[in-house]
Design a protein around this ligand. Structure first.
Ligand SMILES: [Zn+2]
Length: 492
């Protein structure tokens, strides 16, 4: 239970400021006028990537679009975020290097990961437009407003209606299962557009229609392993090829178009939000690609642990603060039990492990403030330069409905750790996995190192309550968390 959550909406109160000045842009940026919602908009920093148009967060045209919608946009270079905020508050956040964006706490796949170039943060234009409920780029060109020398971008070139021999050819699919994900490459020769759709759980069917295309092989029926029970490819009408996936659960599906087809990645994170999307594939998209071939590596400052062998485990609550309670079961005792089990597994694997508490006590002082108590836990990890911190909690809600596990992160550096832990929870526990959730929780936000907070189950849900009473289930939770930490440390 996170009684001390500070909603991300509170960033509105921080007095955001941003650089609005025009800047000299070194590169093939376009300067062209478009009409959105009947208003003339000039993008001054528009560049084309292989995965779609990008604009800088301080582009005057982008500012105009966001401000027309009543919002504001800012680039937080320290925290490597671009935030679009609306009164309400609604916050849309893009993190540099993360190919997802959040609307509130709901994650959506982005066309590409935002990147930094010449100290300016570039975001996927079409994802911002979608969030603003505006049509994708390019809208109708503002012909009368365009300077005579300006050439329309290649996106504005209408794709001629296809003759039979001009249809794109779907040449096949390649299905590769990895640990925790399946990559499906749809090979396509030619240019065109696609759209994808998914049905809400528990149906979980997902399909992508490749338009102005002909299937150049026999129909395909293939098994995709545990994450994708079937991959079916069919000609659908005269000029559409449909690739349909049967998913056993509501997995996350990311779609990335390229010059030679479309890549679809299914991963066992819980999907959130988006039920359809669209885009274009083929060389038309890349014909005018700028020198920017793809998202540039961002020079984000990396945390260097003073003690790379040390892991800090934080059992939530304790002492005067029981956390969530149901009958004789208290969150503070369950969290401590699971944390001890995690510690024992990690120690057996050769890690140094420090717990913020090893018995039933307040870490700072009895009946202290939430801030003092949580900062004391961060101090344990920060003062020793630990490699990472994992905080363990048990959830509760006002009714018995919500159930399952959720893994929280906040800083960009937390995400990979949270994803690793969440993947193992999904794979090993067989319970409802609510996935990875971004939230400005004090203990993870104030940890200098990558940190994650696991809400293991709901005391308020009868099935979860039964699981929490089982020592063997708590051992399985501990095993999954330890395995997630192992996956993370092997690749980070
Ligand atoms: Zn808690």
């Amino acid at each position: 239970m996170n009684r001390y959550a500070v909603r991300i909406g509170s960033v509105l109160a921080l007095g955001l400021s941003f650089h609005l000045g025009l800047f000299a842009f070194a590169g093939a940026a376009e300067n062209a006028a478009y009409i959105y919602d009947g208003k003339r908009v000039v993008f001054e920093t528009l560049v084309h990537t292989n995965s779609g148009p990008a604009v800088s967060a301080d582009d005057p045209g982008l500012h105009q679009l966001v401000e027309n919608a009543g919002g504001s946009i800012t680039w937080d270079a320290d925290n490597q975020y671009v935030l679009v905020t609306f009164p309400g508050p609604t916050v849309i956040s893009f993190a540099i290097g993360d190919a997802h964006y959040l609307i509130g706490s709901v994650s959506h796949p982005a066309a590409f990961a935002p990147f930094v170039r010449d100290a300016h943060a570039f975001v996927p234009l079409n994802d911002v437009l979608r969030a603003l409920k505006l049509p994708p780029f390019p809208p109708a060109l503002a012909a009368a407003d365009v300077a005579p020398t300006a050439t329309p971008p290649p996106f504005a070139t209408p794709v001629p209606s296809p003759q039979p021999d001009q249809l794109a050819q779907v040449t096949g699919v390649d299905v590769q299962a990895q640990s925790g994900s399946v990559t499906i490459r749809i090979g396509i020769a030619g240019n065109g557009a696609y759209e994808w759709h998914r049905l809400r759980p528990p149906d979980n069917r997902w399909w992508i229609d490749v338009h102005t295309a002909k299937l150049a092989t026999a129909p395909i029926d293939q098994n995709g392993g545990t994450l994708v029970s079937s991959v079916r490819v069919r000609q659908q009408g005269a000029d559409t090829v449909r690739v349909a996936l049967s998913l056993p659960a509501s997995e996350q599906v990311d779609v990335t178009p390229g010059a030679d087809g479309i890549m679809v990645v299914v991963s066992n994170l819980t999907a959130a939000g988006a039920v359809h999307g669209s885009g274009t594939f083929g060389s038309i998209v890349t014909a005018n690609a700028s020198p920017l071939a793809g998202p540039a590596a961002s020079p984000a400052v990396r945390y260097v642990p003073a003690n790379p062998h040390l892991i800090v485990i934080d059992p939530g609550h304790g002492g005067s603060d029981p956390g969530a309670v149901r009958g004789s079961l208290q969150e503070k005792s369950l969290a401590l039990d699971i944390a001890r089990r995690v510690r024992d597994i990690l120690v057996a694997r050769g890690w140094q492990v420090l717990m913020t508490r090893t018995d039933d006590r307040d870490v700072f002082a009895a009946n202290d403030s939430a801030r003092d108590e949580l900062q004391a836990r961060d101090d344990v990890a920060n003062s020793r330069g630990a490699r990472l911190l994992v905080s363990i909690h048990v959830n509760s809600y006002v009714n018995s409905g919500p159930h399952g596990v959720a893994t929280y992160y906040y800083k960009p550096s937390d995400l990979a750790l949270a994803q690793s832990v969440s993947r193992r929870i999904a794979a090993e526990l067989g319970v409802n996995n609510n996935g990875v959730i971004k939230d400005k929780l004090y203990v993870i936000n104030h940890a200098a190192m990558p940190a994650a907070l696991v809400e293991t189950a709901y005391l308020s849900n009868p099935d979860d309550f039964a699981l929490l009473q089982s020592g063997s289930w708590r051992q399985k939770v501990a095993q999954a968390i330890a395995d997630g930490i192992a996956d993370y440390t092997e690749s980070n």
